[in-house]
Write a protein that binds this ligand. Structure first.
Ligand SMILES: [Fe+2]
Ligand SMILES: [Fe+2]
Length: 173
């Protein structure tokens, strides 16, 4: 298989998996959070994430890319993460968003660089740039909301590393 094609399949697979995970996590937080204002905010973010997921769903179908086989695991893990952060409280919900979205922003930026360098799939690149800007907004907003970050350092570190590992796995599997 041509190297670019393989790499683009990886991009589509991992992004589809990531946006699927985002839906699971945000929806789990919406389900388990008790704070109505927070729920409203999470619903707004989730509706943006839904557009991302729908785009990558369409893309993997069009290119006949196999979705990740890890989807069932991401579903369980994402639900658990949403549940745990909600039970720990609003501070942790924001910490979770910040940790995940900042990892995703880096990851999307890497893809944008790659597509630009290879001068392929400008349509895909344009969409990833748009999504990346939205993820960055999610990150900045949660960071701003979470001015009292005390105690969330390790939670964020763990969440970040889980996200990175999930990205690594979803590219290949
Ligand atoms: Fe997203
Ligand atoms: Fe996001």
């Amino acid at each position: 298989m041509n190297k670019n094609k393989k790499k683009i399949e990886e991009i589509l697979r991992v992004n589809h998996a990531g946006e699927y995970g985002a839906q699971i996590i945000y929806n789990s937080q919406i389900r388990f959070s008790k704070n109505n204002l927070l729920k409203k905010e999470l619903k707004r973010i989730s509706s943006e994430e839904k557009v991302h997921l729908e785009y990558f769903e369409q893309q993997i179908l069009l290119s006949r890319t196999r979705p990740t086989i890890m989807q069932p695991l991401w579903k369980v893990g994402g639900t658990a993460l949403g549940f745990v952060s909600s039970v720990l409280g609003e501070k942790y919900v924001h910490a979770c968003t910040e940790a995940i979205e900042s990892t995703i922003v880096d990851h999307y930026q890497e893809q944008v660089e790659y597509l630009k360098k290879k001068n392929v799939r400008s349509d895909l690149r344009k969409n990833i740039i748009k999504f990346c800007n939205e993820e960055n907004q999610h990150k900045l907003r949660s960071r701003k909301k979470n001015d009292n970050q005390k105690g969330t350092f390790f939670f964020k570190l763990i969440t970040k590393n889980i996200t990175k590992l999930a990205i690594k796995i979803s590219k290949k599997l």
